[in-house]
Design a protein around this ligand. Structure first.
Ligand code: AMP
Length: 187
């Protein structure tokens, strides 16, 4: 059963590849960004609490994210597995995930999508024309990249120290990158 964390900077293709892997294996695709955007669009109380962080490119507080994500991870681990996309995104989230879910539910594969920064900006501009996300502007995207470096780099190091991290070159056409990810996961 796949229990995978897909890591990578904004614009590295996590959403696309997580969706593909979910289709391929039947594992649940858990995207905290998509979940929160749906709450914002639906105008729920949670949506109103997180909207300001999202549009500014800042991380939503760990306590809010953990309350949303942990039950989903546990449920998916009891079902057909999961691909985490955009979570965990801070060291506290990663540590809490390990502490709070039963050992059998913990992620056992971590893949980091590696894309140079200049390419990320180009991809964001393409996505901006297609998806109209309020945080896909040059200024906010720059902020998201800085937040990634400051908050999510430590997550990469955390998994690297555990010997779980595999890095995949995510530049190239979609099928090529898919092939590299599948090879890394032996799927
Ligand atoms: P994404 O769609 O993964 O790029 O996420 C978009 C935005 O949602 C981020 O810039 C954050 O504001 C928020 N977000 C998504 N996932 C998390 C998370 N795990 N921790 C904190 N904020 C998050």
């Amino acid at each position: 059963m796949l229990k995978l964390v897909l890591l990578g900077p904004p614009g590295s293709g996590k959403g696309t590849h997580a969706a593909q892997l979910s289709q391929l294996t039947g594992a649940a695709h858990i995207s905290t960004g998509d979940l929160l955007r749906a709450e914002v669009d639906a105008g729920t109380e949670l949506g109103r609490r997180v909207a300001g962080y999202q549009v500014a490119g800042e991380l939503v507080p760990d306590s809010v994210i953990l309350a949303v994500a942990l039950p989903l991870v546990e449920a998916a681990a009891a079902g057909s597995g999961y691909v985490l996309d955009g979570f965990p995104r801070s060291l506290r989230q990663a540590q809490t995930l390990d502490e709070r879910v039963p050992a059998a539910a913990r992620a056992d594969q971590i893949v980091l999508l590696v894309v140079p920064e200049a390419e990320l900006v180009t991809r964001m501009l393409v996505r901006a024309g297609r998806e109209h996300r309020p945080d896909d502007t040059t200024e906010i995207f720059g902020r998201r990249l800085s937040v990634y470096e400051a908050e999510t780099r430590p997550v990469i190091d955390y998994y690297r120290e555990q010997g779980l991290l595999r890095e995949v070159d995510a530049v190239g056409d979609l099928d090529e990158v898919t092939g590299r990810i599948r090879a890394a996961l032996e799927l």
